[in-house]
Design a binder for this molecule. Structure first.
Ligand SMILES: *[C@@H]1O[C@H](CO)[C@@H](O)[C@H](O)[C@H]1NC(C)=O
Length: 388
């Protein structure tokens, strides 16, 4: 990465004469190119055109031969929300808030690695151009795009398949992501879902005089279960964590329906009784370290004091620190993809607290993906064992 050149600022004084005879047909030597890189190749955190963490930008959807191991992909879509709109500006806000992450200053002390200078080629694939006009077309665009990217060639044998880190957009994008993953992996997936809300709501349970709308940011997990994308095996449940939502009606029907869709639930309040460690243990106990897991982070899992910039805020959530600590504790999961959704920057403060939290979540998840790949390298028969 370019920022290694930072140190060579010291050598600036010695750089020089090459410039005086630059002209159009000049043949550049490797040394001269290296000198240009050393001289101009670094970016300050506030420089550049705003990719995630200053990563290289590849328009992956139109450049199908460019391989990558981990891709940041934006899905700027928000017309399936039920309250505040605006998450279409989430990917831009998260990228902007990631500006102080650079490859040079990217070492993650809790993990002992710099995810941007390790085995994985991490690129920013830009955004899926999702229509804001028609949700059926939007769903199809997101599905096709994520299927395409999920089948791409990787660079390292440590990533047999590329991992997609999707920036929302509203939460409905998780359905396209799960459709893509189940196709790529050829099996149902378990989900770890951080959210104030269940999002397993059965659309038929809501007033529908004017016709049912299935595809919303609260029904995509119900749809995913109906489509067979989630495991129904009791030994392979999916997990909600951070819940504090109101339920419909006068009883526990929503929770009963959620259990029937094979979910286990950790409430936001549970952290007071079992602590961060208890939440981590519960999640790892349900998901293990081998099965492919998709991790979906609705930023409203955080309390509105920490993340007001979101579509459906619910008081009483976790702090940013508690949540990051939980993410660090579950680094052993076999993550095959992830999303961070529902960042709606119009409702955040000037200090960008919500999108900063989202950018940090992305960094922690990429760190864990890279670290997990590194550990698999050492395992007998693990990915890459034969190749490396
Ligand atoms: C799980 O159950 C639902 C509801 O009965 C069904 O539609 C879905 O196909 C099942 N999933 C799998 C992976 O078999």
């Amino acid at each position: 990465m370019k920022s290694a050149a930072f140190l060579s600022l010291l050598a600036l004084a010695g750089l020089s004469a090459a410039c005086s005879h630059d002209h159009d047909d000049k043949e550049w030597t490797q040394e001269e190119l290296a000198e240009l890189e050393a001289k101009w190749g670094n970016e300050w955190s506030f420089n550049g055109i705003g990719t995630f963490a200053h990563l290289n930008h590849v328009k992956c959807l139109t450049e199908p031969t460019e391989p990558f191991d981990i891709a940041i992909v934006g899905a700027p879509f928000d017309t399936a929300v039920t309250y505040r709109p605006g998450a279409r500006f989430g990917p831009r806000a998260i990228r902007q808030a990631s500006a102080r992450q650079t490859s040079f200053r990217g070492f993650n002390p809790r993990a002992g690695i710099n995810p941007y200078q390790n085995w994985a080629k991490v690129v920013d694939c830009g955004d899926i151009p999702v229509t804001p006009i028609d949700n059926n077309i939007a769903r199809e665009q997101m599905t096709q795009a994520l299927k395409q990217l999920g089948r791409r060639r990787t660079v390292s044998a440590l990533a047999p398949k590329p991992k997609l880190m999707t920036l929302g957009g509203d939460h409905s994008l998780t359905l396209p992501a799960l459709r893509a993953l189940t196709e790529v992996y050829g099996r149902p997936i378990q989900v770890l879902h951080f959210d104030a809300h269940l999002d397993t709501w059965n659309p038929a349970a809501y007033p529908s005089y004017w016709g049912e709308t299935h595809f919303t940011h609260g029904s995509m997990f119900w749809m995913a279960n109906q489509e067979g994308l989630l495991s129904n095996s009791s030994s392979e449940p999916s997990v909600h964590a951070g819940l504090r939502t109101r339920l419909s009606g006068t009883d526990w029907t929503d929770n009963i329906d959620d259990t029937a869709q094979n979910w286990v639930r950790f409430a936001a309040d549970d952290i007071d009784d079992i602590g961060v460690k208890g939440i981590i243990a519960g999640i790892m106990g349900a998901l293990g370290t081998e099965n492919p897991v998709y991790l979906s982070v609705d930023i409203d899992v955080l309390d509105p004091a920490f993340a007001p910039g979101t579509g459906t805020p619910e008081p009483g959530g976790w702090t940013t620190r508690e949540f990051i600590r939980i993410l660090r504790g579950i680094e052993g999961l076999n993550l095959v993809g992830a999303d961070v959704v529902e960042v709606s920057p119009a409702y955040q403060g000037n200090g960008e607290e919500t999108s900063l939290a989202a950018a940090q979540v992305v960094y922690e998840l990429i760190t864990s993906m890279v670290k997990r790949g590194q550990q698999d390298m050492g395992k007998e028969g693990g990915p890459g064992h034969d190749e490396l």
